[in-house]
Design a protein around this ligand. Structure first.
Ligand code: HEC
Length: 113
């Protein structure tokens, strides 16, 4: 009886772990088309304030595809989420979900045109 209850509990724990890992391993969802438009607008306005309207650089460095070629997705993602203290690059975690930042990194690599 005791054994089966322990077994039961560990099966539950294992199922929980499988569920958690399948969620984190899932491919990040693309934002809706509506949200993609908002994000592009925001990149031009808000990021553009420092990185230049066309992202060629200003107070912040150029974010054009060729300038980002040697930087990893992870570094870019963390920079956008957490900012780069003590530089003026602010954290954007409050404004974007991680999936949105994944999408933004892809957008920057493709170029906002
Ligand atoms: C207040 C000014 C400011 C704003 C607004 C700003 N940035 Fe930055 N950003 C900077 C500065 C300055 C740096 C350079 C930090 C350093 O010296 O490492 C930077 C660096 C970066 C980098 C790293 C580039 C590299 O070559 O390593 C990325 C990516 C980036 N910003 C994306 C964004 C995005 C996306 C937005 C808008 C959501 C944004 N930034 C808004 C100032 C800004």
């Amino acid at each position: 009886m005791l054994l089966s209850r322990t077994l039961y509990r560990s099966v539950l724990v294992a199922m929980g772990l499988i569920m958690v890992s399948s969620v984190t391993a899932s491919v990040s969802a693309e934002p809706s088309l509506e949200r993609q438009k908002e994000l592009i607008h925001l990149v031009k306005q808000d990021c553009g304030a420092c990185h230049g309207m066309t992202l060629k650089g200003g107070l912040g460095p150029s974010l054009l595809p060729e300038s980002l070629r040697n930087k990893s997705n992870e570094v870019l993602k963390q920079t956008i989420l957490n900012g780069r203290p003590p530089t003026p690059m602010p954290p954007w975690r409050k404004f974007f979900s991680e999936d949105e930042v994944d999408w933004l990194v892809k957008l920057l690599r493709r170029g906002i045109g």
